[in-house]
Design a protein around this ligand. Structure first.
Ligand code: NAP
Length: 347
């Protein structure tokens, strides 16, 4: 009998392949990736390659993993990481509920604040853990997954032996993990930061270019400030970001570019080509997660009887770009600021 831990990846795209690939570098773990046929063929043809921030490259030993479209392959897994986009969570949760053992642990590695609830509803009584991936990964084709930003994983805590092995394996692979009894404040902080994914998607600008452009920063500061205001009204206190209250971020973003450059250099290490996964979605003609990010702020504002016109206008622009199916609309900074200002003033 195989005594190695069996870990499943449900949804093998950028994050799933990267996290599963990290685990597969551990000799005590076998990884079962479940993904679309196109990714299965890509990895069967080229192998699985993890590119770290900088130049290091790991080719994952194909003996350590299985790559399939068949969700029933996860029936042998003690732990499954859910790595699909939020719109697919309910569908995969229903599939998982028919195949997973009752004592399997499922961890959501997704953005947004709803996925754990959806998984719990479909998978209870199984243990469902929340997770936050505080860095970015892009798919470069030919089985290559490039990390484009540094940052840790944040996870809910569990003392289950299988989960402890996963945490240990992530740490051994070089990832930093913070475990939390209450991760909700961190989830809201991540959501606030993810509001800027839409600006990346609508502009096509790299993360460094966004940060160095006063006009793009003005839009990001506007959506963030509005997000903070809505959370405050809802009495939701987001966690500090690397020691800084998120409510300070709009002020920092509105400072002159040399100061922003200094602050961001001190705070994060970003690949020069980094862009958001929402940009990648538009470029590949896939639906985005905007409803679960900026849309979450709009929905919360509505429930509170207030408005969130800047985020609402951003949601509208991203939806237009999704329908046009023409990639990123490539708004320049002044165009985006002007458009958002005009639309939001009418709301
Ligand atoms: N990428 C990042 O840098 C990053 C960073 C932090 C957090 N996140 C979060 O992590 C989650 C995953 O993001 P991602 O960028 O990795 O997304 P992604 O690249 O789109 O990967 C998800 C994969 O799951 C596939 N999938 C969906 N339903 C499936 C099913 N029923 N069976 C098999 N495969 C299925 C998708 O296929 P289709 O494309 O055909 O639907 C896609 O290949 C999101 O919540 C995202 O916000 C991403």
């Amino acid at each position: 009998m195989n005594s190695r831990l069996q870990v499943g990846i449900m949804g093998s795209g950028s994050i799933g392949c990267f996290l599963g690939g990290k685990l597969a570098t551990n000799a005590q773990i076998d990884v079962v990736f479940v993904g679309r046929e196109r990714v299965v063929s890509e990895v069967h043809e080229h192998g699985l390659h993890l590119l770290a921030l900088g130049s290091s490259h790991t080719a994952v030993d194909s003996e350590r993993f299985e790559f399939t479209t068949d969700v029933s392959a996860l029936s042998k897994c003690q732990v499954v990481l859910c790595c699909v986009k939020s719109a697919h969570t309910e569908g995969v949760a229903k599939d998982l509920s028919t195949v997973l053992a009752e004592d399997a642990i499922v961890a959501s590695m997704q953005n947004g604040v709803r996925n754990v609830g959806v998984l719990l509803r479909c998978l209870g009584p199984r243990q469902v853990l929340p997770g936050i991936v505080d860095f970015n990964v892009v798919s470069q084709g030919e089985g290559r997954f490039q990390r484009t930003m540094d940052g840790p994983l944040h996870m809910g805590h569990s003392s289950a032996a299988a989960w402890r092995s996963v945490v240990k394996a992530f740490r051994t692979s070089g990832l930093t993990i913070f475990e939390h009894e209450d991760i909700v404040p961190n989830q809201w902080t991540k959501l606030l930061l993810n509001l800027n994914n839409a600006v990346s998607a609508l502009s096509g600008a790299t993360t460094p270019a966004l940060l160095l452009s006063p006009d793009y920063r003005r839009v990001v500061a506007g959506i963030l400030e509005e997000g903070v205001r809505v959370l405050r009204k809802a009495s939701i206190e987001p966690a500090k970001l690397r020691g800084i209250p998120v409510s300070w971020m709009p002020k920092i973003l509105r400072m002159p570019t040399p100061i922003v450059r200094l602050v961001t250099r001190a705070q994060m290490n970003v690949d020069p080509e980094a862009r958001s996964s929402m940009w990648e979605d538009l470029m590949r003609g896939r639906p985005t997660e905007v409803d679960y990010l900026n849309g979450e702020i709009v929905a919360l504002a509505k429930r509170l009887g207030i408005s969130a016109p800047i985020n609402e206008s951003i949601v509208g622009l991203v939806k237009e770009a999704e329908s046009a199916a023409n990639g990123s609309p490539k708004f320049t900074g002044p165009e985006l600021w002007d458009t958002v200002r005009k639309i939001s003033s009418k709301r």
